[in-house]
Design a protein around this ligand. Structure first.
Ligand SMILES: [Mn+2]
Length: 260
């Protein structure tokens, strides 16, 4: 019988709201349920990995994020806040584009530990951007003002906003998804990959403006980042790309320790 895989999911962070009482006066670490449900479409158990803070009320034990990488079989970096431009050597053009530096540091460490342990990593939206920045790449702080183009990556429709992509001919995604599958994806992001990080290859680009929409690590362990949200696809969305084959490839890599 196949071993049940244990997949770690990075936390989203929400900070105390000024003047709030109760739960909103606290720092929250949480997940958005559709991403957990998407991973659980296969036989895995999902664990959210809380960040380890220095300023918690309890004394820290000796447990580090490295221990999570040892105990878990793979990591999914979920979407959310912007990456702070300081992470790629820029200052925020506008204060509201400062992102979440605390989450950046937490997820960078988590990513580093999983890569060191040669465990597979799957990044979604912000997760793809974080992988790129961790590997030395940069982002557009705001696509709409920095490279206004024909493709909409931001829209009020949020989890129903789609645009088309083109998979790199002969690339890994094309191999896994086939060249005939639908090309619409649910892609909603105001930052985007500008320069590609080290040891990364482009796997997909947006139709229209050519924005990088998927990246893959060229090293030996599984490292994949999608600028879109595979977990927002509903079963009735037949014209939207079904990325379950990518989840299966990720889980296969987690199971076998090998990747392609
Ligand atoms: Mn997009």
């Amino acid at each position: 019988m196949k071993r049940t895989l244990k997949i770690g999911l990075s936390a989203r962070l929400s900070y105390p709201k000024p003047g709030a009482r109760g739960l909103e006066s606290k720092t929250l670490q949480y997940l958005e349920q559709s991403v957990a449900q998407w991973i659980m479409a296969r036989d895995v158990v999902v664990f959210m990995v809380p960040s380890i803070t220095q300023d918690g009320m309890l004394d820290r034990s000796a447990v580090r994020l490295r221990d999570y990488a040892q105990h878990l079989d793979g990591l999914v970096l979920q979407g959310g806040a912007d990456v702070n431009p300081m992470a790629y050597g820029e200052t925020p053009i506008r204060p509201e584009w400062s992102g979440d530096r605390i989450r950046d540091m937490y997820e960078m460490e988590l990513l580093h530990e999983f890569l060191e342990s040669r465990k597979p990593v799957f990044g979604i939206c912000r997760g793809a951007q974080l992988i790129n920045v961790a590997m030395g790449g940069s982002l557009y702080q705001d696509i709409e003002t920095q490279i206004p183009g024909p493709t909409q990556h931001v829209a009020d429709a949020y989890d129903q906003h789609t645009h088309s992509i083109a998979l790199e001919p002969g690339g890994t995604l094309e191999k896994l998804l086939g060249s005939e599958s639908p090309r619409k994806v649910i892609s909603i992001h105001h930052q985007g990959i500008r320069t590609l990080g080290r040891e990364l290859a482009v796997e997909a680009r947006a139709d229209g403006d050519g924005m990088i929409e998927a990246i893959r690590g060229t090293g030996r362990s599984f490292l994949l980042g999608l600028q879109w949200h595979p977990e927002f696809r509903r079963p009735s969305d037949e014209d939207v790309l079904d990325c379950l084959p990518l989840l299966e490839a990720f889980l296969d890599a987690a199971r076998s320790g090998h990747w392609l």
